[in-house]
Every structure is written in C-alpha cells, then in structure tokens.
Ligand binder design. Sequence first.
Ligand code: ATP
Ligand code: MG
Length: 562
Amino acid sequence: MRFSHLLIPTSKETPNEATLQSHIYLLRAGFIQSVGSGLYNYLPLGKMVLDNISRVVKEELDSAGAQEVSLGFVTPAALWIESGRFEKYGKELLRFKDRKDNDFVLGPTHEEMMVNLVKQSVKSYKQLPLNLYQINLKFRDEIRPRFGLMRGREFLMKDGYSFHANEEDMKREFHLMQETYSIIFERLGLDFRIVEADSGAIGGSGSKEFMVLAESGEDTIVVCQSCEYGANIEAAVCRYIALQNEKNDVFKKVHTPNATTIEEVCDFLHIDASACMKVVAKKALYDEHSEAVMFIVRGNDTLQEIKACNSINANELVDLSEEELEDVGLVAGYMGPLGAPEAIKIVVDKRLQDASDLVCGANESGYHYVGADAKMLENALFDDIVAVKEGDKCIHCGGELRYTKGIEVGHIFQLGTRYSDPLKAEFLDENGKSKPFVMGTYGIGVSRLIAAIIEQNHDDKGCIWTKESAPFDVTVIISNVKDEAQYEAGVSVYEQLKAKGLNVLLDDRKERFGFKMKDFELIGIPKAVVIGKKLEEGSVELIDRANLSSKTLSLDALIEEM
Ligand code: ATP
Ligand code: MG
C-alpha cells in the first residue's frame, strides 16, 4: 500500500486526555481516534493491527478445536433476569428499553446468550464436548474508562464458552485453553505470566489470568522469586508464620486518649503494630439484604477486599458512612471486637487465630483493651483476608514473594453449572438422565492487547510492533520522491518485496526525509528500507525499528536478506 493513499493522520501533539505511552502513541500515530469517554474509532492502521491479533487468536483456537460463532450484541434482559444477573451486575451493565417497552442490555459478557444458544440445539451427551467462541463487541459502562484501549467502555473481546458432560472433561479443556492462550500470547511477542486469579465462591485454582508484565499495569501480581508461583494480589496466598508478642499484659481496659489510629495507639502503648487488631468496618451487600461486618487484621497488615468479600460470600463490600457506623453501634477510632454489638458479623484474619497479648479498641471513646487474644472472639469467622506483602514466603517453596505489575489480557475460568443451573440448560447422559452442562469460560481482551503490546514495546520515539501484530512487515521510504531514480528504485523494491509475500508500505509522500523518518519511528513498523543518496552507489539502508540500528546493503543483497 502507498502511504500517500492511506488515511494515517500522524501528529506531533500529545493529546490532553492521554497519560499512558500506548494511548499517546496510538492516537498520535493515527491508529485510533477518540469518540467519547471509553469510545474509539479504529483508523486503517488500527484496524490492521486488530485484524492481525484476531487472526492469531482465531488460528490457534480453531486448531485447538473451538468453533467461531457470532452472537447478538443487544441481548434481551429476560435471560439476565433468569440467571439472576440483571439486578446484580451493577451500573456497568447498560440497560435500555425498545419502543415496545421491552428491556434489553448491551452484552458485557455472553454467558447467558451462549447457554441459551446451546440449550436450544444440544440435547445429548453425544454432541459434547463443545467449545464455542466469538470475537465481538462488548460494552461495560466502566466507572473509570481510561488509558485508551486498555480500559474502554466499548471494546473487542474474544469470549469462549465450553460445554461438557462432566467436571473432568471441563478441566481437560481448561488446560487445553491455558496452553492455547500461551501459544497466542507467545506468537504476539508478549512477555507474560500466568497467575492464579480470584474465582469468587468457587475458590481453588479454578481461575487463571494471563498478565502482560508492564510497569503501567493496573493489576498487582505476586510472584515467587524461586518457583513458578504467581497470583493476582486478589488471590495470592503465602506461608503462615505464627506471631509471638514480646510484652505480657493481663487483659484489661486502658485509657488511651486521642489514640485513634494504629500509629497513635502503638506510640502511646509502646507496642508494635503487629500486636494490634486493626478493624476495617464495611457494609456487605448481598442479593436481598446488607449487613455491617468488622474485618480484623494485624495492625501491620492490609485487608484484601476481594478475599474479605469472598470470606462471607457477599456480592460487594462498600464503606460505611459515619452515620451508619453510629447506627450499628460502632465508635470510630475505637472499634474493636470486644464489646461490639452482637449483631455485627466479625471476620478475623487467620494469622491472628493463635495470637495472644493483643491490643484492640474497646468500642468506647478513649479506651482500648490490652492483653486480649483471638480466642475471646467466640462467634468470629477465621479466614485468610490479608493482602500478601513483599517479602512474605511462598506457600509452595518458601521462596521470597515480590510484587510486579501486570495488564490482564486473558482470563480462563472453570464455571461448573453456575449458569446452566439457573437457565435450566440440560442434556441427556448415557443413562438418559437429564443433567446441567458443566462449563468453562475463556476471555481475551483483543482490543486491550493492542495497548498492551505497545506498553511493553515502545521507546521515547514511538511504537515498536511485534512481528505478528505489526500493520506492515516493512516500509520502503523514498527519501526524495522528486528524484526520479530514487522513486523508480523505491517502487521497484516495493514490488519485489511484495512479490516475496511481505506486507509492505511504500512511503511515497512528498514530504521531507526527516519528517518521514519521524513517522516511521512513531508508527513502529519493524523495518524500513531507505532509498536515498546511497542509491547512486547502488545501495540502500535497512533500519531496524527496535534498536534503530542501520546497515547499508546493495539492492540485490537487500532483496536476498528480506
Ligand atoms: P478488569 O479486571 O481489567 O476490569 P475483568 O476481569 O473485568 O477485567 P473479564 O470479565 O475477565 O475482565 O474479561 C475478559 C478480558 O476482557 C479481560 O481479561 C480483559 O483483557 C478484557 N477487558 C475487560 N474489561 C475491559 C475493558 N474495559 N476494556 C478493554 N478490555 C477489557
Ligand atoms: Mg478477569
């Protein structure tokens, strides 16, 4: 293709709304155009990259035996009401009515739709297993759409769903998808890590995420320095080390005026934060009701909200306002499990289970208890609700755990019968007995991958596309198009490289050479052939975008090399 014919509106200006390098470069290099918050148009270059990524995804899934379908984007609310998600999904779900007052949603994910599709056409175990996927639009009315394609509201996802006669077969497919996803991300040239992810009520290793390692990633992942263990902070676990406190106080109430924070209490009583019970009070939301819950962790630990939420099977945890705290009978700054109203649920981190000689709020303004221990909390639930810290020990090998940042580009999940049960999607087994499908679900953020590739592959000049994602394999830059010899040689090299099966961009614009080089660096095509002054000696320059190294070659040697 000729640059002069293509719509590639490059720009020098850094767009106001963009802070992340990938977002800035994708806008400046003319891959995408902003339409509104979290909404983007793909220009020709952007569409090429999108198609390249989709192609890799499709090739690998097809070869793993999955089948592509395409489901409606607009989905009837009835299915969502049946699954119980219409109310539960929250504000991310865009709900609307048609002219006849029927309720619809814009699909943020398609479990309901896919279960409905299979329910209508699969009746027997003989038709199983089945893995159906699509590469299609999704809409999530994200609270904070940002970073361009990284977190859009309308975005492209590959979503796949598999259907099985039993758990064992579903697990086989889950492993196959894990391998297939690894091949996809390797082909796309990404440095990634597979980590254990939060699987809500299901627990265990039923859910894994594929994280592209990048400083700008929104997810914190915990990785072991000595073994393969990696987990999203939301699901990470570590070895439990029992704590011995130094002081030996008898249980009593003490006056602690103006000591409302852990730091102030520690200063006042001359104790270490690890000897304090820190209370985080939250309102837990369930389907039909809500309740106040006190989560208790050591003073030097941090509550991990997803783990906390899972510990009580709530849908969500939200903050309690000062009024709400007062209403349930808790005293801000002096909250504690002893002397708290009985109605309040208490969840204590399991690291505190055997600890003694602890300090906690007395639930009375100006007072704390000392010498307390967790055994005094008869009705408390003990669970792992703390965020793993750097330096904690790996649960598998005892190695040191460290944090790193990742971009979630894929997620695979063992679903079981979570959707087939409520939607009554059943098949007949070998004995003619009706059973719900056992399911797995597998997602890839196709449009997010565009941003992730650039987050991992850029320099201070622009994008550096990986081999399989690049919009073109090589660009032929004619230094001065008014120079007939250069122009003819450029067109000839362009034709020859095309004939070799390469995807080539001919920069035949009537622009200065420096300007064209800047665009080459910004756009990030892996290689450039420069047809310039050296042509008089019969040679051209071959530039590698990744390190901007260049070498001079004769025309013949160039064609040979490529
Ligand atoms: P996140 O935690 O980043 O919000 P998620 O866990 O809600 O993502 P999934 O429901 O697992 O997302 O969706 C599958 C994949 O779709 C994700 O792994 C991610 O790559 C992609 N994705 C999710 N939300 C967005 C978004 N707002 N914009 C672009 N891609 C997204
Ligand atoms: Mg996810």
